[in-house]
Write a protein that binds this ligand. Structure first.
Ligand code: ADP
Length: 537
């Protein structure tokens, strides 16, 4: 009798109409599910409803609809495949019904059912693409059982629920992917421009705003050539080879171009533009996506490289021309020379060859430093003795200068490669001599400083000094100050590479007109450390 009453009171056409309306209303998926559950409760005459989705790892959309149960209780109920009634539902997929939830074999479920007076129940699994994704329980506060027809009806409502969930997930995925790709475009360091099939700006990212000086709002709807300024390339009356529409017309056969972009305030920036064409389903051009990369830095590097090659070639050519000139003279049958003259010529040939050899050695050494293939033969030696030797060796090359050794009387044991220390000292002394006036002094001082202690060598000159603007780059490869455009700019780079390879560091303090002090450190050995410990100052 009771079953008949429920079925007679049903108004299924209107219930499904309302569900249909909720589905197409654009409501949030949770609200749509709520409508489906509410309709099902009326039609099945149930007081409690519990619709839960299985936990899906990595899926952020958490759906759950409950009616007639407090929120906190819903949160405590866990559904796991294979466990209890819900678990069975998920595993075998067949709807279930019963008359007394209070007889559940699990004590906690029993207690819950007693607490809330849950009695008859009907339950179905919710499927998506034949996979169980959740469970739906309808519960009565009385023992009046759900019929087979009720179960069938609940399964139908469950189908609508899965439809709503699928739509929700799809929407969620689309929105997430849209946000992700928008975030990528927004964060891209390259400028991105989206143009429609008529060449008008549809969208641009912040990187392009920075590059062009146009804001997205100002640029939208403008011909793209006005925004990414390729007018200069256009030529009078000729269609630009950069114009995206021209690129599209050629179906992207030349989708990669370098040109000078004119910014909004008239600056010219070298860029590389690559074009991507987006076609619609009918094969019509829909959008053109252009990615701009600022290549000023690369261009500057190329320019510097060319300048360096030209400078190095010139520097190598100078001694080579000298050698060639002297050799030609010596070989000429018309030139008669006495022995002294011939000797002087040959000495000049030898000096030029030495100079050439040193430059080639420097190039090789710099390349080894760069590729980290430098070989060191480090050992323990007395730095003071080595510095004295270097000074006496160097003195003949600086006859007009005063060389002073301000070195401790005791030994200064360091761990380093003595040949490389010699090379560093020769470079620093040569530079000091080159930029010092006749009669001035070059002092070589050494001491132990710091904690942990290190041997510090200072090469102090009273020469021209170096302007502050050059100091930060003075140890860079091929770096020459504007004042001295002679040389190949490798000496200090080599000094730094060698000192650092030996575990030290190098720096300079300089004042224009006052002179420069180049200093470097080397690791000390045990005896020198003892000497530090024993010092009274
Ligand atoms: P190079 O090997 O061609 O001599 P360096 O790397 O040794 O080049 O020096 C780079 C630049 O540093 C030089 O062109 C010069 O301007 C400046 N410089 C180096 N040492 C001194 C110094 N003692 N006094 C003044 N300028 C110096």
């Amino acid at each position: 009798m009771a079953e008949q009453t429920v079925e007679q009171g049903r108004d299924l056409p209107h219930a499904f109409r309302r569900i249909g309306q909720a589905l197409v209303s654009g409501l949030d998926v949770k609200d749509v599910l709520g409508s489906i559950v509410d309709e099902a409760m009326i039609q099945l005459d149930a007081e409690v409803a519990l619709l839960r989705l299985l936990d899906r790892p990595g899926e952020h959309l958490e759906l759950e609809v409950s009616r007639g149960v407090p929120e906190e209780t819903v949160r405590q109920i866990r559904f796991r495949p294979g466990e209890g009634l819900a678990g069975r539902l998920v595993i075998d997929g067949r709807p279930l019904r019963g008359i007394n939830l209070q007889q559940d074999p699990r004590a906690d479920q029993r207690a819950l059912a007693r607490r809330f007076n849950w009695q008859a129940f009907a339950a179905v699994a919710i499927h998506l693409h034949q996979q169980p994704i959740g469970v739906w329980f309808m519960i009565r506060h009385r023992r009046e059982p759900f019929t087979e027809e009720d179960l069938l009806l609940l399964s139908t409502f469950a189908d609508y629920a899965s439809l709503a969930i699928e739509r929700g997930w799809l929407l969620h995925t689309i929105i997430r992917e849209k946000h992700e790709s928008e975030a990528v475009i927004q964060a891209s360091a390259n400028g991105i421009l989206v143009v429609d099939a008529y060449g008008r700006v549809v969208d641009m990212n912040p990187a392009l705003e920075r590059l062009t000086g146009w804001s997205q709002r100002q640029a939208r709807g403008l011909p793209c050539c006005d925004v990414v300024g390729c007018q200069a390339e256009r030529g009078i009356g000729a269609p630009s080879k950069l114009c995206p529409l021209q690129v599209a017309a050629r179906r992207g056969d030349r989708a990669f171009i370098e040109y000078q972009l004119q910014t909004r305030d008239g600056k010219s920036i070298p860029v590389e533009a690559s074009y991507g064409l987006v076609w619609d389903e009918d094969g019509e051009l829909f959008r053109i996506v252009i990615v701009f990369r600022d290549i000023s830095h690369q261009k500057e590097l190329n320019r510097l490289r060319a300048e360096i090659v030209a400078n190095v070639s010139h520097e190598l050519r100078t001694p080579l021309s000298l050698i060639k000139g002297y050799a030609t003279t010596l070989l000429s049958p018309d030139v008669k020379m006495d022995e002294a003259e011939t000797r002087r010529f040959l000495t000049n040939v030898s000096t030029a060859a030495d100079h050439l050899g040193r430059m080639i050695d420097d190039l090789l050494c710099a390349s080894r430093i760069e590729t980290q293939q430098l070989k060191l033969e480090s050992k323990r030696f007395d730095l003071c003795k080595e510095l004295r030797q270097v000074l006496s060796w160097f003195q003949p090359y600086a006859p007009d200068l005063q060389l002073v050794a301000d070195l401790p009387a005791h030994e200064l044991w360091v761990w380093a490669d003595p040949d490389r220390v010699h090379q560093v000292m020769m470079n620093l002394l040569t530079n000091a001599a080159k930029y010092s006036p006749v009669g001035s002094t070059i002092t070589v001082r050494s001491q132990i400083l710091g904690d942990p202690p290190a041997a510090v060598v200072h090469v102090i000159d009273e020469g021209s000094g170096i302007a502050a603007e050059y100091l930060p780059r003075i140890f860079d490869r091929f770096y020459l100050t504007d004042e001295s455009k002679k040389g190949i700019g490798l000496g200090l780079y080599i000094c730094r590479g060698l000192v650092e390879a030996m575990g030290g560091s190098i720096w300079v303090v300089s004042e224009v007109g006052e002179g420069s002090t180049f200093s470097f450190t080397l690791p000390v050995q045990a005896e020198s450390k003892a000497a530090v410990a024993g010092r009274s100052d």
